[in-house]
Design a protein around this ligand. Structure first.
Ligand SMILES: [Mg+2]
Length: 261
């Protein structure tokens, strides 16, 4: 049996969704991908619960990568739903955030400690949506410190055998070696699809390992342009730059690279 030729492996927040979590400009292209049985694989900082809700809205049945590569999930006819952890658990990581705050000399607020008002203000999430984002398995998102402190914090994390990546709003504490790119490689191995071509799409520094692992990589800009950390890859020609922000740029890039070919 030959598998699909393409996988679309995509970040969600800031890439397929704008900052109000709207993906509607990509609805037609998502429908075309489904009709052509081209998998759309979310690869996101979001939790499994959040991705499952999104998959149900869009009608996706493909595997997915959660919490910045902390775990992969899928459904296989013989065994049903499965998940595979790829790094330390949230319970192992959470105390480390307070150690890092002490090392840094600055308080660091974890996403799961935010009040409802803070969650609404910082993330635009409330009620069950906020709770789904706060129930983590294998990463600790937190409000990032000022940009000047970030290199030092990354250094301190590395000294503790941990990694910190920057998403479009939150920073994320992960086990060393946990990344979206590594999770993609593990997922391909697990499903035995070494030959599949990956169209990877992302908007933030935490997407770099995904973009680097993709066969075709697309940086999706915001209304102000692409993230500065991804510019070098665009300027060197390794990454394409989508022509429009968020879902509109996502849909256009998928159309040009896969559907129109
Ligand atoms: Mg993003």
């Amino acid at each position: 049996m030959t598998g699909p030729v393409w996988w679309v492996v995509t970040d969600l927040d800031g890439t397929l969704m704008d900052h109000r979590y709207d993906w509607s400009p990509a609805a037609d292209v998502l429908r075309d991908l489904r009709r052509r049985e081209i998998p759309v694989i979310p690869c996101t900082s979001k939790t499994a619960e959040e991705v499952e809700r999104f998959r149900a809205e869009v009608g996706l049945r493909d595997p997915y990568i959660v919490e910045n590569g902390g775990a992969i999930h899928g459904e296989t006819p013989s065994i049903g739903s499965w998940q595979q952890a790829l790094g330390p658990t949230w319970a192992e990581l959470k105390p480390q955030l307070q150690h890092l705050a002490a090392d840094l000399g600055e308080p660091l607020r974890a996403l799961d400690d935010l009040t409802a008002a803070e969650g609404d203000q910082l993330l635009g999430l409330s009620g069950e949506s906020l709770l789904q984002a706060q129930r983590r398995c294998c990463s600790v998102p937190f409000v990032p410190p000022s940009t000047t402190l970030r290199p030092r914090l990354r250094q301190l994390a590395a000294e503790r055998g941990l990694a910190i990546v920057q998403g479009n709003r939150m920073a994320h504490l992960l086990g060393a070696g946990v990344s979206k790119g590594r999770a993609l490689k593990v997922l391909k191995q697990r499903l035995g699809v070494a030959q599949v071509r990956v169209l990877g799409l992302g908007d933030s520094p935490n997407d770099l390992p995904l973009l680097e692992a993709a066969d075709v990589a697309v940086v999706v800009p915001g209304p102000e342009g692409p993230h500065p950390a991804l510019l070098e890859g665009v300027q060197s020609g390794r990454f394409q730059l989508a022509a429009f922000p968020h879902a509109q740029g996502w849909a256009d890039a998928v159309q040009r690279n896969i559907l129109d070919v």
